[in-house]
Design a protein around this ligand. Structure first.
Ligand code: 0X9
Ligand code: ZN
Length: 491
């Protein structure tokens, strides 16, 4: 019997580095030939960078603008989006048409109803279309922007109280924090951790890959690829990915498994979208990347999880204004090209997991058809191990539903899980839709972050322990996550 404990004491560390040596990325046929990023950065005057941080200023400015505009216009409910409940499944032709036209953003659905976000200016149009289709609908959350504002206020409060350059899992972190943390981990665990940049986005950001392996133990090893943050607004996904990455690198609980595994983490697969979702309350629910599809600002972006080249186009939209716009061709986006190429080069990946939210489901292929994949039994068995680990850590309170993407979520092609499974022949490929089951949806309260990361880590431990025959799934501790300092590493 062993326990997954998270009660290690991490001393916040501050480093001051004096050189910058950014290797240009030159793709090679194996990881060993990849130029890894050696990161040396001049030390920062952190208090200055916090005080002068543009986003906090912008945050304040936004609050003022919002308060001022509410005073003039009434509540944010008058000008902001509403969450509606429509009494029809997500694949109903009228719901699908509204989503494809970009009139609604589907948040989730069950066999009986669909929850959709409706922008203020689309309300009457959507109501008319639903009435014409004889579909009952009601307003579930009248003021979604108020929830966003609440979250923002909470984050700002946390930020004020937090030690400078500190990573924790009790709040959501912006891209700069995440990148600073990656660099700190790379620096402090340099024996195990390497970094590379696999793509440069339209806005000039890197899509980063963090590899963790123990070079002192011989191969062959199971290769595990973890993708986070492909959908911008699903903030719990990078939180889970960074937590898992940290645990794999430093926790004694993972040590035996690490001897026989090789990990590839992409904490933020969509950095432009993620950064944008932190930029204003209005942008909080952004899903896609920030591709410029045409003149309209509202119709920017490609859904990176519809852009991979496997049965591209099925159950995805050709309309740039839709939340599920598939792009003008498969692999039209630098993020998907870079990630796909890196996965190709790493070769023989055994497990691919992409973390999303929300739904509390473990989905296996296919998304483009409802037919089951060839090794459905094995896929389902390994998914049950994940669930076992989650249940153990949560004392049975959290459970995941397991099934095929197509049957559970409706047909959607061009997703990374299908591509990994179908094009790369990764035998165990999953989308894990993290909590919750819909009460907060994408706006998961920060108070839940710690619980979710610990439970997910336990699920992963159980799953990979089973795959590698290392550890039985046992009772896991339910301790809260701890924070780490990464002074000097934030850009
Ligand atoms: O629709 C998606 O991309 C994922 N759901 S989400 O609400 N996070 O957007 C599910 C993807 C499941 N996989 C496939 N359809 N292949
Ligand atoms: Zn998603």
């Amino acid at each position: 019997m062993w326990f997954l404990c998270n009660d290690y004491v991490y001393e916040p560390v501050a480093y001051s580095l004096s050189c910058v040596q950014k290797a240009s990325i030159n793709w090679a046929t194996s990881w060993d030939e990849l130029p890894t990023r050696t990161r040396c950065r001049a030390s920062l005057n952190w208090s200055q960078s916090v005080l002068g941080k543009p986003s906090s200023g912008i945050g304040k400015m936004w609050t003022i603008i919002l308060i001022a505009s509410f005073a003039v216009l009434g509540t944010s409910a008058d000008i902001g989006p509403e969450l509606w409940r429509v009494e029809a499944p997500g694949h109903h032709i009228a719901v699908r048409a509204l989503a494809d036209e970009g009139n609604v953003d589907v948040w989730g659905h069950t066999p009986s109803h669909t929850k959709v976000l409706v922008e203020a200016e689309a309300k009457s149009r959507v109501a008319r279309a639903l009435d014409e289709a004889n579909l009952k609908h009601s307003v579930e959350v009248p003021d979604v922007l108020a929830l966003v504002e609440e979250e923002r206020a909470h984050m700002q409060e946390k930020r004020r109280k937090r030690e400078s350059e500190q990573m924790d899992w009790t709040t959501f972190h912006d891209l700069e924090d995440i990148e600073g943390f990656e660099e700190w981990l790379n620096f402090t665990s340099s024996q195990l951790v390497q970094m590379a940049s696999v793509a440069r986005t339209l806005e000039g950001r890197e899509v980063r890959l963090v590899r963790i392996t123990d070079p002192s133990t011989p191969g062959p090893k199971k290769k595990i690829w973890i993708e986070g943050g492909i959908h911008a607004r699903e903030w719990i996904s990078p939180a889970v990915t960074t937590y898992l990455m940290h645990q794999v690198a430093v926790s004694p609980e993972w040590r035996d498994i690490l001897k026989v595994t090789e990990w590839y983490f992409v904490p933020v697969a969509n950095p432009d979208g993620y950064a944008y979702s932190f930029s204003s309350p209005r942008a909080r629910l952004w899903r896609k990347n920030r591709s410029q599809n045409g003149p309209s600002a509202r119709c920017k972006g490609v859904d990176l999880n519809r852009n991979w080249n496997l049965k591209w186009g099925v159950g995805a939209s050709g309309n740039p204004c839709s939340e599920t716009f598939k792009g003008k061709e498969p692999f039209s986006e630098p993020e998907t090209v870079g990630l796909g190429r890196a996965m190709h080069r790493v070769r023989d990946i055994d497990v691919f997991i992409t973390f999303h939210s929300f739904g509390q489901t473990v989905l296996y292929p296919w998304g483009w058809t409802r037919d089951p994949p060839a090794n459905v039994k094995q896929l389902s068995r390994l998914a049950r191990k994940f669930n076992e680990g989650v249940k153990a850590a949560s004392g049975g309170r959290t459970e995941y539903e397991i099934g095929g993407s197509g049957p559970l979520y409706g047909l959607a092609s061009g997703a990374s899980d299908d591509w990994a499974y179908g094009a790369l022949q990764v035998p165990f490929s999953y989308t894990i839709e993290l909590p919750d089951t819909g009460s907060h949806g994408f706006l998961l309260p920060e108070s839940e972050v710690s619980r979710v990361v610990v439970e997910t880590n336990s699920g992963m431990h159980c799953m990979i322990g089973f795959l590698t025959n290392i550890g039985p799934c046992a009772r896991h501790g339910t301790n809260r996550s701890k924070s780490v300092g990464f002074r000097g590493f934030r850009g």
